[in-house]
Design a protein around this ligand. Sequence first.
Ligand SMILES: C[S@@+](CC[C@H](N)C(=O)[O-])C[C@H]1O[C@@H](n2cnc3c(N)ncnc32)[C@H](O)[C@@H]1O
Length: 243
Amino acid sequence: MVADGARRAGGRMPRGIVYEEIDNYIDGLANRGDAALMAVEKQGLDEGWPIVGAAEGSLLHILARSVRAKRILELGTAIGYSGTWLARALADGGELVTVEHDPKTAALAQKNFERTGVSSKVRIVVGTAERALREVKGLFDFIFNDIDKVGYPAVLEPCIERVRLGGLLVTDNVLWHGDVSRKDRSPEVTAIRTYNERLSKDPRMIASVVPLRDGISIASKITIDGFGIAHHGVAHGVPSREP
Ligand SMILES: C[S@@+](CC[C@H](N)C(=O)[O-])C[C@H]1O[C@@H](n2cnc3c(N)ncnc32)[C@H](O)[C@@H]1O
């Protein structure tokens, strides 16, 4: 067992999802990209921006590449750290649309996209995620949701509608330091729980939570009409055979 092993090794109880030592170990192994991306990571740490970090950035990159994403939507740009990981995963001719409601933050992101050499592939939309989901046209191969947590339930349905069949909806902070599984009733926890439960029951999606960092939900759109059983041989929640 991981927990017993960590205790035997003198591990401290986790602040977040996994033991701090394990978190640090994973972070130590993570690919951090080139000097430009490392500089954005350092800026995030020095200035206290809530960026995803290298291990999660790499995971986003791997996932976007694995669906050969040509069109990616990111909700929550901040200083452009996760956005750079995503933009660098785009297939040739691809585009990242990234949404940030704070204009000053969007300007910092623009500078960083130039610094990391991806600005020609990135369009920053300054405005709310809710509005962008109504106004930006077309489907996406990959959507990354990382806005304020109380806003999660409101964007779930439009995100599901806007991800293409076979595409991915990836969401950050879905375990919220583990508080989602405890008795916590803060607005963030209540919103994240609602989001996680609706997503897990949605017949168009198959979702799984990875306990990396603050918890990442990875959901694949398996059908556009909710008839996943007939089309894919998967009874939602109860696999009838390997999907
Ligand atoms: C957690 S940070 C994003 C971090 C970024 N994904 C990264 O890892 O590099 C969330 C960002 O989303 C913005 N934001 C929060 N709620 C939003 C909303 N409803 N619409 C648009 N932007 C939002 C915040 O201003 C903040 O810059």
